[in-house]
Ligand binder design. Sequence first.
Ligand code: G3P
Length: 217
Amino acid sequence: MQFFVDTAEIEDIKKLNDMGLLDGVTTNPSLIAKSGRQFKEVIKEICAIVPGPVSAEVASTEYDGMIAEGHVLAKLADNVVVKVPLTVDGLRATKTFSKEGIKTNVTLCFSPNQALLAAKVGATYISPFLGRLDDINLDGVELIEQIRQIYDNYNFTTQILSASIRSANHVTQVALAGSDVATIPPSVIYKLADHPLTKSGLEQFVKDWKGTGQSIL
Ligand code: G3P
């Protein structure tokens, strides 16, 4: 499963990229607002750091505006993926971008039928939002399983990009469900390395090693 980081914070992106953990980056208007920076500048900066796909979302909610904005975003760097919302206008725009060879990430997906539509219009990625489904007492992981089955049934090439991931357990669950990509907040990526038995085991090794009085160097 590919790892994307879900942030517009440059320092987090640099650090994770240097560790070799990043296959790509996703942003959204809320993350850009949180960064307090100019959208197009941040996207260009991220694209220069990470060679993989970087999602940049259109702001318009209408077809013509999405197309105009998508063309501007796609020109920022070769690795920009234009992110569009899963609406009728967004699906129309996705079809147009697909014909033009522009990669797309169809976002705000909450149902298998929405994912089916995105695949039919040639989306590069579909972004089902797990955490937000869990927030309203629905099962986000089940949605990933259903989309995986539908896409496999018909050999759709649209990649499942599990989004709105809130916990390390979400990452395990979407990997088990066969998600192609997970886009994960930086704090959750670091939590994947944590285990209490690793922590206590290492503390014991350090203590016992000190007791030997030896040095490796
Ligand atoms: O990738 C979409 C993601 O940023 C949404 O996450 O936590 O705001 O639901 P969240």
